[in-house]
Design a protein around this ligand. Structure first.
Ligand code: 5GP
Length: 178
């Protein structure tokens, strides 16, 4: 499928599954080395990260756990603007190594806020893994420990990412056709 239509927009194939999975292989290989003996808690930030989290977990050979969290659609404001509240991280994470699993880092605002909230819960360390990163969109100073792929600053769907709820099920990534 080189083109798909979702609602009112057309998207064209930009990153095939094979390329995505090679990127996940590399992230997993690095984690298996870096996080050996750390018994990390992987924290999958829903909804978009579910495919990345699933493919990554299958490739991790170190002992680890996974937890699933969501960000509220809106809650209050903070120094960085709108702050989305992290929901669902109910376990005691004090002293743990946490690895946040994100689908995409665009402006960086979401991940910066999420890391801040997790840090307040007293973990030993918070690392960030994102499947995709848009370097041209991200003007903030974000520390990304693991990046699957850098991508251009275009709107994409597939591999967990949606356009108004649709397209999350696509195994490849598609870019909007302007
Ligand atoms: P940030 O706070 O880094 O600007 O945005 C992160 C969130 O915006 C992601 O978790 C994702 O939900 C959404 N997002 C950013 N870029 C894209 C994109 O190209 N496609 C889709 N579907 N969502 C995106």
């Amino acid at each position: 499928m080189s083109r798909v239509k979702l609602l009112d927009r057309e998207f064209e194939l930009s990153i095939p599954e094979e390329t995505l999975l090679k990127a996940v292989d590399k992230v997993a290989e690095k984690m298996n080395k870096d996080l050996e003996g750390k018994n990390p808690l992987m924290v999958c930030v829903l909804n978009g990260s579910f495919m990345f989290a699933s493919d990554l977990m299958k490739r991790l050979t170190i002992p680890c756990e996974i937890s699933f969290v969501k960000l509220s659609s809106y809650s209050g404001t903070g120094s960085t603007g709108k702050v989305k509240e992290l929901i669902g991280l109910n376990e005691d994470i004090s002293g743990r190594t946490i690895v946040l699993l994100e689908d995409i880092v665009d402006t960086g605002l979401t991940i910066i806020n999420t890391v801040e909230q997790v840090k307040q819960m007293g973990p030993a360390d918070v690392k960030v893994a994102t499947m995709l990163f848009k370097p041209d969109a991200c003007k903030r100073d974000v520390k990304l420990d693991y990046v699957g792929m850098d991508i251009p600053n275009d709107f994409i769907v597939g591999y967990g990412l949606d356009y108004d709820g649709y397209g999350r099920n696509l195994k490849d990534i598609y870019t909007v056709v302007e």
